[in-house]
Design a protein around this ligand. Structure first.
Ligand code: UT7
Length: 324
C-alpha cells in the first residue's frame, strides 16, 4: 500500500485593482505591444496598500476549503510558499492559520521564489506520505508589487500579486502511475546563478526589503532547457511518458518560455494551462492560480495527469507530477 497526497480542493484570489499594460506607457519608455509580444502579459492585479500577502493567502485558502467541503480545523498543516512575507517573522503560514481560525496543527513558509509552489507541494507531499499530516493546505501567495523598482521597465511590467491554494488529503494508492495524487517530484537549485534574479536588500544586509533585479534575457536562455529536463525527470520517476500528460501547468512567467517548453516536450499548447495574460508573473502563486482556473472552467478533470514546472531566483527549479 502507498499513501498518496490527493487534491481535494483548489482556490485562488486576485486583488481587485487591475492594471493594464497601457498604464505603464505614461511613466515608462514602454508600450502595450512590447509587453504583450515579449511576455504574453496583458494586465496584472496589484494589492491595495492595506492588503498583505497573508490576506491574499487567506482568501485563496478559504476558496480551496470551500471547494474541498472542509473546515479550517480539518487541516493538519499549512505549507506556504512566498518571497514577499508580511513580516520578516513569524511565517505567513501562521498568520493564515490565525486568520482562518485554525486552532490546531502547524504551519510554516517555504522560500524558493518562483519555484516556491513546486517546493511547497513536494514538502507537503512528504508530510502526508510520512503520516505527519493527514490533510495539508499548500499555498502560494505573493505581493511582488512591493519589491518592484518602478523605474526599471525591464522588470516592473512583468510581475503581479495573487494567491492560490490546494488542499491535499492522504489516500491509499496502489503505488502505480494510475493512482490519483502526487506521483513524483524533482527539485533542483544552483546558487552560482544568484545574480540572474535576486532582491538587492534584506534583513541581514541592508535592513530593507530591497528591489527585484533580473537579467531577463540570460534567465530566459536557461529556462526552457531546465524546465523540460526537470519535467522529463519527474514524468520518468512516476513511471510515465510525455504522451501520458493531459496538462502542463507551468509557472506563468513568459508565454515564449511556456511555448518553448511545451514544444520541446512534444506537447501542443492545447495541453497547457495559460493564465499569465490575466495576472502577469505572480511568482509562487502562479501555478496554483493556473490550477484553480483550469479546474474551475472544466479543463482539468478528475483523473487527468498534470505536470507542474517552475524556475526562478536561486536559481531554483523543479517539477511535480500529479494525477488530479
Ligand atoms: O519568474 C522567474 C523567472 N523569470 C523569467 O523566466 C523571465 C525570463 N525572461 C523573460 O521573460 C524575458 O527575457 C523578458 C520578457 C524579461 C525580456 O524579453 P527579451 O526578449 O529577453 O528582451 P531583452 O531583455 O533582450 O530586451 C530587448 C530590448 C532591450 O533593448 P535593446 O538593448 O535591444 O535596445 C531592452 O532594453 O527590449 C528593451 N526593453 C524594453 N522595451 C520596451 C526591456 N524592457 C522593455 C520594456 N519596454 N518594458
Amino acid at each position: 500500500m502507498t499513501i498518496r497526497a490527493v487534491v481535494k480542493g483548489v482556490g485562488h484570489y486576485l486583488p481587485e485593482r487591475i492594471v493594464p499594460n497601457s498604464e505603464f506607457e505614461a511613466t515608462l519608455d514602454t508600450t502595450d505591444e512590447w509587453i504583450r509580444s515579449r511576455s504574453g502579459i496583458e494586465q496584472r492585479h496589484f494589492a491595495s496598500e492595506d492588503e498583505f500577502t497573508s490576506d491574499l493567502a487567506v482568501k485563496a485558502a478559504e476558496a480551496a476549503l470551500k471547494n474541498a467541503g472542509l473546515q479550517a480545523d480539518d487541516i493538519d498543516a499549512i505549507v506556504l510558499a512566498t518571497s514577499t512575507p508580511d513580516l520578516t517573522f513569524p511565517s505567513v503560514a501562521t498568520m493564515v492559520q490565525q486568520k482562518l481560525g485554525m486552532t490546531r496543527g502547524f504551519g510554516f513558509d517555504v522560500q524558493a521564489v518562483c519555484a516556491g509552489f513546486v517546493y511547497a507541494l513536494t514538502t507537503a507531499n512528504a508530510l502526508v506520505m510520512s503520516g505527519q499530516a493527514k490533510r495539508a493546505m499548500v499555498i502560494g501567495a505573493e505581493t511582488f508589487s512591493r519589491i518592484m523598482d518602478w523605474e526599471d521597465r525591464s522588470t516592473c511590467v512583468l510581475f503581479g500579486d495573487g494567491a492560490g491554494a490546494l488542499v491535499l488529503e492522504a489516500e491509499e494508492g496502489t503505488g502505480t502511475g494510475e493512482d490519483r495524487g502526487i506521483l513524483s517530484a524533482d527539485l533542483n537549485s544552483d546558487g552560482r546563478y544568484k545574480d540572474m534574479l535576486f532582491v538587492d536588500g534584506g534583513v541581514s544586509t541592508t535592513g530593507t526589503s530591497g528591489k527585484l533585479r533580473m537579467q531577463g534575457n540570460a534567465l530566459f536562455r536557461q529556462a526552457v532547457e531546465r524546465l523540460t529536463s526537470t519535467a522529463r525527470t519527474a514524468i520518468e520517476q512516476a513511471g510515465l511518458q510525455e504522451s501520458d500528460v493531459d496538462w502542463i501547468v507551468p509557472h506563468q512567467a513568459n508565454i515564449r518560455i511556456i511555448q518553448g517548453t511545451a514544444k520541446k516536450m512534444g506537447l501542443s499548447m492545447d495541453n497547457v494551462i495559460v493564465t499569465l495574460n490575466n495576472h502577469g508573473n505572480t511568482s509562487a502563486a502562479s501555478i496554483p492560480l493556473a490550477l484553480s482556473v483550469g479546474a474551475a472552467d472544466g479543463r482539468i478533470k478528475k483523473g487527468d495527469l498534470l505536470v507542474t514546472e517552475a524556475i526562478g531566483g536561486g536559481l531554483a527549479w523543479g517539477s511535480v507530477v500529479l494525477r488530479w
